[in-house]
Design a protein around this ligand. Structure first.
Ligand code: PMP
Length: 295
């Protein structure tokens, strides 16, 4: 099936407070967000018509903007309501949700103090892959050349468009080499995350994950930590050096898009997705199921 480009699809996009026809949701080529990466976004999923952890995503969205020195002109409650309208209006109960905010066209130089902040919300189908047996084969992951930046070099906990430049380069290189994704180290050479997901390792029934202080502390990551605690599985957040990967039996990545996806290989290191990874795939799938709304 040919893929319809994103600007040629049908439906409705919410833009600066109004629903517009999908193909009319346009911005000018001279937009600060495009030239200077003054742009932040979110990635969320709706399951059965309900957006998983919508409010946490709206809060992160506003926080990312403030780290880029701008304020999103809508409250968390307004954003939550708008996202729900877009999901409902497009009649896509199971979909990916993409809020995005960017500086507009009033000023086209590094300084853009007075530019308008634009906000849009789009949704599209993105099937979640909960065929556990398929997932248990694990994905193959490359090791990226680029590293996550030092927090003194960039606002590393913002979900900012500019921080994805090295992710796209790294993911392309990984795909050309036959891998599904790339694991990035941090600026000090420690394991950080993948190009669009966080990472967990398992050794002797204990989960190990890097401390999220110079990369995105994913909402899925925090959900997995919560699920582990509920299962009585110990979670150790610590510095992990790449050489230590030889000592782990299992590995999985997690994120809104990836959900929980076991890993079979990272560069020279091999893993065998096992019972504990399987339980996190299953627990996460149960966790995102829509809750019964109170009457
Ligand atoms: N790291 C990066 C670089 C990401 O793009 C994502 C996906 N948003 C994540 C981690 C996981 O974040 P979340 O669980 O909030 O989707």
């Amino acid at each position: 099936m040919p893929v319809v480009p994103f600007d040629q699809r049908e439906g409705f996009i919410w833009m600066n407070g109004k629903l517009v026809d999908w193909q009319d949701a346009k911005l000018h080529v001279l937009s600060h967000g495009l030239h200077y990466a003054s742009c932040v976004f979110e990635g969320e999923r709706a399951y059965g018509g309900q957006i998983f952890k919508s409010t946490e995503h709206s809060e992160r969205f506003r926080r990312s903007a403030s780290l880029l020195d701008f304020e999103i002109p809508f409250s968390v409650a307004e954003l939550d309501a708008a996202k729900q309208i877009v999901v409902d209006k497009n009649n896509l109960p199971d979909c990916y949700v993409r809020p995005v905010a960017w500086r507009g066209s009033e000023m086209m130089a590094v300084a853009a103090q007075n530019s308008t902040i634009n906000v849009a919300i789009a949704v599209w189908p993105w099937p979640s892959m909960f065929d556990v047996n398929e997932k248990m084969k694990g994905i193959r992951v490359d090791i990226a050349d680029y590293r996550r930046p030092d927090p003194l070099t960039a606002p590393s906990d913002a979900k900012a468009a500019g921080l994805y430049m090295i992710c796209t380069i790294s993911k392309h290189r990984a795909e050309r080499r036959g891998y599904a994704d790339a694991m990035m180290l941090d600026w000090q050479g420690r394991v950080a995350e993948c190009t669009g997901a966080n990472i967990f390792f398992i050794a002797n029934g204990v989960l190990h994950t890097p401390i999220a202080d110079c990369f995105l502390d994913g909402i899925t990551r925090r959900t997995v930590i919560d699920l582990a605690r509920r299962r009585g599985v110990e979670v150790v957040e610590r510095r992990i050096m790449p050489e230590e990967l030889a000592g782990f039996q299992e590995c999985f990545i997690c994120g809104t898009g990836a959900e929980v996806t076991p890993v079979s290989e990272i560069g020279p290191y091999k893993f065998t997705p096992g019972a504990l990874s399987r339980s996190f795939v299953e627990d996460y799938s149960a966790e995102v199921k829509p809750r019964q709304k109170a009457a």
